[in-house]
Design a protein around this ligand. Sequence first.
Ligand SMILES: CC(=O)[C@@H](O)[C@H](O)COP(=O)(O)O
Ligand SMILES: NCC(=O)COP(=O)(O)O
Length: 250
Amino acid sequence: MPTELSVNVNAIALLRNRRDLPWPSVTGLGRIALQAGAHGLTVHPRPDQRHIRFSDLPDIRRLIDSEFPEAEFNIEGYPSEAFLELVARAAPEQVTLVPDDPSQPTSDHGFDFKSEGAWLAPIVERLKAQGARVSLFADGDGDADQMKAAAETGCDRVELYTGPYGGTWGDPEAASREIDKLGASADAAIAHGLGVNAGHDLTVANLPALIARIPSLAEVSIGHGLTADALEFGMAETVIRFRRACGQAV
Ligand SMILES: CC(=O)[C@@H](O)[C@H](O)COP(=O)(O)O
Ligand SMILES: NCC(=O)COP(=O)(O)O
């Protein structure tokens, strides 16, 4: 199975939020992304709603249910009680838990499963009981013990944090070192029965080498680089370019 693409619409919401106006439209561009063959849409609501607003979630749910019933809604975020209630209302196909502090500008690390696994396990169970696939944000630092501890939470997948890899652009040797670590983490996750997703600062340029090292990579969620390309090439053409970079026959 080729790697699936979930389009993160946070950056579109960020542009919209510059004005008290409804454009660019999160659901409008989400529709174009899904029409161009994206597998799903991702949002990462933060407590201050500076990107995605809580009111966007029912709109995206409705878009998928009414026009793209095969598509998946992936909601990412820190598992506060408020977040978990938001998720219960939006009924996403996948929930990705991320250890973000509200003051963080963006996500910059995965969970420490060895110390946090015990409190994550009942949350994973609660989300799975609602019918969601559960993925946990994880450092791709090659630490196999972390992947064992992640599997012990009962989650279905881990999402490897690819920010350090994305940050190596223009430095192929550094990129290759990051790929080695991400690959070792993915191998360990798979050995413990987990599916593997990846995300953060992925681009058309850096996806192919990642997927060559992790051919069973299930899904990538991409927002920042994809939105930058959409400004240049348009959303439909950009999704096609990213799908090709994922190894999909387009
Ligand atoms: C978990 C992850 O890497 C993404 O969800 C990223 O945090 C996007 O969120 P922002 O667009 O708010 O930076
Ligand atoms: N889970 C990662 C994500 O959704 C998008 O991250 P980015 O491409 O905006 O860095």
